[in-house]
Design a protein around this ligand. Structure first.
Ligand code: MOS
Length: 721
């Protein structure tokens, strides 16, 4: 049976629905204590007094740790580990406050209640400093980041005169759009909050941490505390969602480790939902000045995409919102820039499809505006500019089936029946709008290793130091191993989430499937070779047959048979441009009197290489689309520009879609095998699903109402114009 690609349900599903899958906050250790953070109440300044006398006298309190008594760390706690694992942390090394809700003290007590109560009795006074909280004002002194991950901050090809604030020179162009698109701060809010349990045995530290990157967490904590990497073990068998915020080890992780060493007992530190809107990252606010000019044929003459996004005073995080604009369409003259505005707020970070989720909102809204100017169908406009090769690098695509996505999606949606005029489609009193946008995300891959063990009970155990964010990593690893070995799926068991296992990359950048499954395949293939070698004597039974296994184990002296495998991306990116693509079609219904917007249906088709598991893969894409609907219509963290706090730091006032907000979502992939990303032909799918959705909804809202909303979220007040 073909297991790879099959619609197999999560192998860890029963553990999850029965509550038996242990998450980090579920860990209970003997003599464990509980820690609660005290956070700053000003955005900028200096702590003048921090009085812990009363807190220390409270029942059960074991430690109040602050800059007054925290151990001095090597390099002042600045570990020098690069993101995503290494960040500039707040580890009580000085008395300075750089953002509101900055960790400034940690209370450890026998029980959580005692720690929470004592945390309210830590008395702090400040000498407030000047604070920068106004993004618009900060734009004037915006600075260029060194880089955006692996991409340059600025790009230019072709030529046109750049006049600040002006659209590209029109030349012979028949149509021009120049507009500013805005996206708000958004917070990740996985169901499982950040949580760490730290335990020391002599000089060995074990961290049960909710993380997307066990080995990165190990490296960060080891360097921060001045330990050897093998003194730190990070364990995380299950993650209740990450979406980027768990890609980095934030301040609470080393703080829990330090506190556990100070009190000589294990420490559990779980963030509250309110704290999830704080020092653990967010999607930065963006302001994107986008302009495009085109000939009457639709052929692009020039494109400019300038991105401003916010960062903190202590670290640069840049949202690469113009990165996809460099490669998505043919355009001879194209410039992009990214600039950062530093504010007295916590550092933003990667959030599902960083750059591309926000950037496609501007690009794909702008192209919709251009299509109306030209009187062209939005898909015809994109087809007119479909590039044969990557227009920036001139490299061939590894595979790009976007035309097939356009065709398949348009057919399934019924796009041909669309009347292009705004406000021209109605159902009863309701305004109907149909909108389109293109999705895209880069295909990433990193080196990874795995082990395959045939155990004496005849089960193959596959081990890899990767993480399963809830996406199906356990399952696809089991599928690939079982098929490679010719074993039934239920005779393969997967172990992951332990930094002692062979190393794998961060489960971020949509790269785990493409990085880990080739290593699993290599390990399973190596084990299969060993089993075949042991099965001498013309054995005609299958390798997984009990008799064959018994014989192989006997010939191995009765002990388990172990094989290792490693895989790395090689130089694929030197000769090919590796990206995923998609076509997103949306219908909105708008109440003409109340401007309530609903999304009854979405059709999306993706070019992502081969899907390794039809069930979990489609769920990933579907979840991305759901989040795209939230991004388009609901999500916004409101920053109080006086105090630098998030006003709506709770899930009652920070809105995300519920079941009642979601209609029909039809996601599928077009048949594809990407031979350049990995031997399985599969590109990652964790992030592309959110891209394009916000623009498709904005475009549908325009089609329904004639109102162009260039600022997310598209709440009903923005239609009352
Ligand atoms: Mo993803 S935002 O790289 O976890």
């Amino acid at each position: 049976m073909e297991l790879i690609g099959a619609a197999i349900e999560r192998v860890d599903g029963p553990l999850k629905v029965t509550g038996k899958a242990p998450y980090s906050a579920d860990v209970v250790l003997p003599r464990m204590t509980h820690a609660v953070l005290v956070l700053s109440t000003i955005p900028s300044g200096q702590i003048t007094t921090l009085d812990s006398t009363e807190a220390e006298r409270m029942p059960g309190v074991l430690l109040v740790m602050s800059h007054r008594n925290a151990p001095r760390l090597p390099q002042g706690g600045k570990a020098g580990v690069k993101p995503p694992a290494g960040r500039v942390l707040s580890l009580f090394q000085d008395d300075l406050v750089h953002y509101n809700r900055q960790p400034i003290a940690l209370v450890v007590a026998e029980t959580l209640d005692q720690a929470e109560s004592a945390a309210t009795r830590v008395r702090v006074s400040y000498a407030p400093g000047a604070s920068r909280l106004d993004f618009a004002a900060g734009k004037a002194s915006a600075h260029a980041p060194a880089k955006i991950n692996n991409d340059p901050a600025d790009s230019a090809r072709g030529s046109f005169d750049r006049q600040p604030g002006q659209p590209p020179a029109p030349g012979q162009s028949a149509a021009r759009v120049a507009a500013t698109y805005r996206t708000p701060i958004e917070h990740h809010n996985p169901m499982e909050p950040h949580a760490t349990v730290a335990q020391w045995r002599d000089d060995q530290l074990t961290l049960y941490d909710a993380t997307q990157f066990i080995s990165g967490c190990r490296t960060t904590v080891a360097k921060t505390l001045g330990l050897a990497p093998d003194q730190v073990r990070v364990v995380c068998p299950y993650v209740g969602g990450g979406f980027g915020c768990k890609g980095s080890a934030w301040s609470h992780v080393p703080l829990a480790a330090i506190a556990a060493r100070e009190v000589g007992r294990p420490v559990k530190l779980v963030l509250s939902r309110e704290q999830m809107f704080g020092f653990v990252g967010c999607r930065p606010l963006t302001e994107q000045e986008f302009s495009v000019s085109a000939a009457q044929s639709g052929e692009f003459a020039s494109i400019r995409h300038d991105v401003f996004s916010h960062t903190s005073m202590i670290e640069d995080f840049s949202e690469g919102a113009a990165v996809q604009t460099r490669i998505l369409y043919d355009c001879p003259n194209l410039e992009t820039r990214h600039r950062l505005v530093s504010l007295n707020v916590a550092t933003p970070t990667f959030q599902r499809a960083p750059g591309h989720a926000t950037g496609t909102f501007a690009l794909e809204s702008g192209l919709d505006e251009l299509a109306y100017q030209l009187g062209m169908d939005p898909i015809a406009l994109r087809l007119r500019n479909e590039p044969a090769v990557d227009p920036e690098s001139k490299l061939p695509w590894s595979s790009r089936s976007l035309r097939a996505c356009y065709a398949s999606g348009a057919k399934a949606f019924g796009w041909g029946a669309r009347k292009p005029e705004p406000r021209s489609m109605r159902d009863g009193a309701e305004l109907v709008g149909w909108g389109y946008a293109t999705a895209t995300y880069p295909a990433n891959r990193s080196p990874a290793s795995a082990v395959a063990r045939l155990t004496p009970d005849g089960v193959v155990v596959i081990q890899c130091g990767t993480q399963d964010l809830g996406t199906g990593t356990y399952t696809i690893m089991a599928q690939v191993a079982a098929q490679t070995l010719g074993f039934p799926l239920d005779r393969v068991r997967v172990e992951l989430g332990d930094s002692r296992l062979p190393e794998a990359p961060v489960s971020g950048g949509s790269q785990s499937a493409a990085s880990v499954t080739p290593a699993v395949q290599a390990a399973a293939a190596a084990l299969r070779e060993k089993l075949i070698a042991f099965a001498t004597g013309g054995d005609s039974v299958p390798l997984h047959h009990p008799a064959a296994i018994a014989a192989a184990l006997a010939r191995n002296g009765g002990s388990e048979i172990v094989a290792v495998g490693s895989a790395e991306p090689g130089d694929a990116k030197k000769h090919h441009s590796l990206h995923s693509f998609g076509a997103v079609f949306v219908e909105v219904r708008v109440d003409p009197e109340l401007s309530i917007i609903r999304v009854p249906r979405v059709v999306a088709r993706y070019s992502v290489g081969r899907l390794l598991n039809e069930t979990t893969g489609r769920s990933q894409l579907l979840g991305g689309v759901v989040w795209g609907i939230g991004m388009a219509l609901m999500e916004e963290s409101v920053l109080d520009s006086r105090y630098g706090r998030i006003v709506n730091a709770n899930l009652a006032e920070y809105h995300v879609p519920t079941n009642a907000d979601i209609g029909s979502i039809d996601v599928d992939v077009v048949p594809e095998f990407d031979p350049f990303i990995d031997p399985l032909g599969a590109r990652g799918i964790g992030e592309i699903g959110i891209t394009g959705v916000a623009a498709a909804i904005a475009n549908a809202v325009y089609h329904a109402t004639g109102v162009r909303v260039r600022q997310l979220p598209i709440t009903l007040d923005k239609l009352l114009v």
